[in-house]
Design a protein around this ligand. Structure first.
Ligand SMILES: O=C(O)CCC(=O)C(=O)O
Ligand SMILES: [Mn+2]
Length: 222
């Protein structure tokens, strides 16, 4: 990646690669330059499958608004968490994964030493100020050989980086626009979450943080 000369003047972080734990890599500013194109691609997805607040099995409505692109999309409703090929709101297949998103995910995974990542699902999360995601594992994929690639755009967040044990206190990692986090291998099933987002405005996303979570889901789900 070219050094970002503007960042010398704006105080933005320089691109860097940081190993946070075995199998967990933080790629700072990895997609900051291409963020406008990524957001354009996300807008095309959202035009067909809009953001919605899903209900978890307990009946609670999630504060984070979500949609998906790719062959499969993650959903939750009163009956549980799962992947589906169709958007339950439209009855149509989820929008295809736009090429700039797929290529970004594959570049990020390769940079983090996962060279053969072929995501078939991308969950798109939209956080307004005050919204949060409680500590969880990504474990509905039924294939843990591929990593998770998590791309953050817009408002900053505090990512809660746990371990394989739910009871361990998570580390608090500040994540900014363009940062990309990859976890896999021995870290594939780590607990993680997002602390409540602070109120602010971002030039590209306004009052939101947008997160893309790329996954490889087993296609023969039991
Ligand atoms: O927004 C984030 O940084 C994490 C999202 C996440 O963990 C998920 O969608 O499963
Ligand atoms: Mn997750």
């Amino acid at each position: 990646m070219m050094p970002d000369s503007n960042s010398l003047f704006t105080g933005e972080a320089q691109p860097s690669i940081e190993t946070l734990a075995e199998g967990v890599t933080l790629l700072r500013a990895f997609c900051r330059e291409e963020a406008p194109a990524l957001l354009d691609a996300i807008a095309t997805v959202v035009a067909d499958s809009r953001f919605r607040n899903m209900v978890v099995p307990s009946g609670h409505t999630m504060s984070v608004a979500m949609t998906n692109c790719g062959d499969l999309g993650w959903i939750t409703d009163r009956t549980g968490y799962r992947y589906t090929a169709h958007d339950p709101l439209t009855g149509k297949p989820w929008p295809p994964m736009p090429a700039p998103l797929l290529h970004l995910a594959q570049r990020a995974a390769a940079t983090a030493a996962f060279p053969r990542f072929t995501p078939n699902a991308c969950l798109i999360n939209r956080y307004a100020p005050g919204t949060r995601l409680s500590l969880h594992q990504d474990k509905n994929e039924q294939d843990y050989t591929h990593p998770i690639v998590s791309v953050s755009l817009g408002l900053p967040a505090t990512f809660l980086l746990g371990t394989l044990r739910r009871t361990d206190t998570p580390r608090r990692i500040r994540i900014e626009h363009g940062d990309t986090l990859v976890w896999g291998g021995p870290a594939r099933l780590i607990y993680h979450g997002v602390a409540p987002i602070a109120a602010s405005t971002h030039p590209l996303t306004g009052p939101f943080r947008i997160n893309l979570t790329f996954r490889r889901v087993a296609t023969k789900l039991s």
